[in-house]
Design a protein around this ligand. Sequence first.
Ligand SMILES: [Zn+2]
Ligand SMILES: [Zn+2]
Length: 238
Amino acid sequence: MIRRLSMTLLQPRCYLCDMPIDNLQPFLCLLCQQELPYLPHSHCSRCALPQAKNQLQHCNECNEQAPPWQQLITCMSYTLECQYLIKQYKFAQQPQLHRLFSQLLIRTIGNKVIQDHYHLPDALVAIPLHKKRQSKRGYNQAQLVAKELATQLQIPLIAEKKFIRTKNTKAQAQQTARERKDNMHNVFQVTQPISANHIAIIDDVVTTGETMKAACQILFTAGVERIDIWCIARTLAD
Ligand SMILES: [Zn+2]
Ligand SMILES: [Zn+2]
């Protein structure tokens, strides 16, 4: 009986619907995994926002004012289910969820390589957290995903100490668009030379893109020539 009880207690449950699941899929049941808010097939390759079928590769906004990065690759739209998972990951001490997000990103990137002949970057780098926030949380959610992707895709990972966050900004969700922009001034610093030409920056969620623009700016100054963004989720409207 103890064995049966401990089996029940130890059996993992789906993060979204709480159904018991097998150990091979330790985070989501198959149904919840199928129903995740995957990005619609037709989207702008530069900002990842959905667009009508048979449109040009880039949306009107990106044609008029292109972001500093070349491609934004993301697995999901930031809907309620996705928000729940990412909040569990960041704020509820569930760092193991990086395995789920890495798995989803690897699948998305693999499809890009096969279908769109996407060129993998020479190196990966995670958006850094300020050291105060990182020591409070105990981990950097972007770094855990970046590490896993670097291992699985065999791409070098730029050391955490080379690209740092010098300003402890407020959580973006609590700010207006204007505040976000002002707040991102001089947030990042490159502390040692970076030799890669083409890199991908990894983050959990891209919202207005202000964090990414600030990161790109400083990395271009350090000599990087091409930047792509890889993120778990993208908010649909700025
Ligand atoms: Zn489920
Ligand atoms: Zn676009």
